[in-house]
Design a protein around this ligand. Structure first.
Ligand code: NAD
Ligand code: MG
Length: 380
């Protein structure tokens, strides 16, 4: 039986992962980690009986211990605890579904502990892709994409020669503000931005989808996962979210992966690769769907997407500057402290102001994160 450690178990990806496991019944969950939802985590512990569970803080760990006092589970907490969950001896595979750069260290430690990785946490590759991809090779572990677009690319490349790849066509729904001008976005509210047309996801990625920074992060994620320069990653708007991405080969042939928007497919594919399992989900009905349409992205309105291409081309710690500024800005926007268009402006400012480092170590990546926070705190 495959043994899984799940980081971020109470989130959107985390709960859908547990749903896949519940339906298949042949993966053993050995560790669960969550940030703050103690009651939900306690219920998950009761259902899946892991050896270890991690929660965000010491206080929450005390609460959790009371809730599951009758069960045989070790409770740990904080960033140390998260690492303990990531390297737990019994796990074969770690699914990382925490949100943000906090995923870097646990992912690296899991690779060092020879775990396969199913990666949802894209911010980790955006900021530390140059280190993680090297380590994945060095330790001989597998890294499976969970992000739907990257899973689609991975599926489309199955059995193909990567050297014959000409281009990645990364699809995007365009989010709730597709077709708007920059001026029209000046006064959008948090509630408007949280209304994604096709996907139900965590708050941070929902905002990222509305600004298209999510697509920018995914361009960089694709660059690392599939070892291509960003000049070979092209974003195509496909508002129905039926085509999850495509690859074009040197003979002009294109392979795509299609399906209803349901994250459980890429999650399940990553957990069981190369096997395909039955998944009870909505099937695409092409007669009813009628059409699938395509558009070019609007780089002016969605400046964050353009900045992501710039960051990828500059390389070094600039993708970290973009990502850290975005994490800071989105969190401020969620707290209703800044306006919507400030998000991209803050990213641009951080990318221009931060000191450039060509090949940042993990320490330098984390230092860059802190200096970006300082820069933004002073200015906004
Ligand atoms: P979410 O906010 O719904 O869930 C985040 C999870 O991380 C929660 O379980 C939370 O408790 C946990 N967490 C937060 N702080 C923690 C801490 N200190 N220690 C341990 N756990 C902690 O986010 P999500 O939408 O599930 O996204 C997770 C990641 O997957 C993100 O990187 C996102 O970009 C990526 N992703 C999500 C989707 C999606 O459909 N939701 C799709 C593709 C990629
Ligand atoms: Mg995606």
């Amino acid at each position: 039986m495959k043994k899984l450690s799940l980081l971020g178990s109470t989130g959107s990806i985390g709960t859908q992962t547990l749903d896949v496991i519940r339906r298949n019944k042949d993966i053993k969950v050995v560790a669960l980690a969550a940030g703050s939802r103690v009651k939900e985590l306690a219920e998950q512990i009761r259902e899946f009986q892991p050896e270890l569970a991690c929660i965000g803080s010491e206080e929450l760990a005390k609460e959790l211990k009371i809730l599951v006092g009758d069960l045989n589970v070790k409770i740990v907490y904080g960033s140390e605890g998260l690492i303990e969950a990531a390297v737990i001896e019994s796990a074969d595979i770690v699914l990382t579904a925490v949100v943000g750069m906090m995923g870097i260290i646990p992912t690296i430690e899991a690779v060092k502990a020879h775990k396969d990785i199913a990666l949802a946490n894209k911010e980790t590759l955006v900021t530390a892709g140059h280190i993680i991809m090297r380590m994945v090779k060095e330790y001989g572990v597998n890294l499976y994409p969970v992000d739907s677009e990257h899973s689609a690319i991975f599926q489309s490349l199955n059995g193909e020669n990567p050297r014959e790849l000409e281009k990645i066509l990364l699809t995007a729904s365009g989010g709730p503000f597709r077709g708007r001008t920059r001026d029209e976005l000046a006064n959008v509210t948090l509630e408007d931005a949280l209304r994604h047309p096709n996907w139900s996801m965590g708050k941070k990625i929902t905002i990222d989808s509305s600004t298209m920074v999510n697509k920018g992060l995914e361009v960089m994620e694709a660059q690392w996962l599939f070892n291509v320069p960003v000049s070979k990653v092209m974003v195509v708007i496909q508002p129905q979210s039926i085509i999850h991405s495509m690859v074009q080969f040197v003979d002009g042939g294109i392979m795509a992966q299609l399906g209803s928007p349901d994250m459980r497919l890429p999650i399940q594919y990553a957990l069981y690769y190369p096997e395909r399992r039955f998944l009870e989900s909505e099937r695409v009905d092409f007669y009813r769907l009628g059409q699938i349409t395509f558009q070019e992205p609007d780089f002016e309105t969605f400046k964050g997407l353009k900045l992501a291409y710039d960051a990828a081309k500059k390389g070094g710690n600039i993708p970290t500057a973009l990502n850290a500024a975005n994490e800071y800005a989105v969190s401020s926007f969620l707290d209703k402290k800044i306006k919507y268009l400030d998000i991209a402006d803050m990213i641009e400012y951080a990318m221009n102001e931060v000191e450039y480092i060509a090949e940042p170590s993990i320490d330098k990546i984390l230092e860059t994160e802190q200096s970006v926070y300082e820069l933004l705190k002073k200015k906004w």
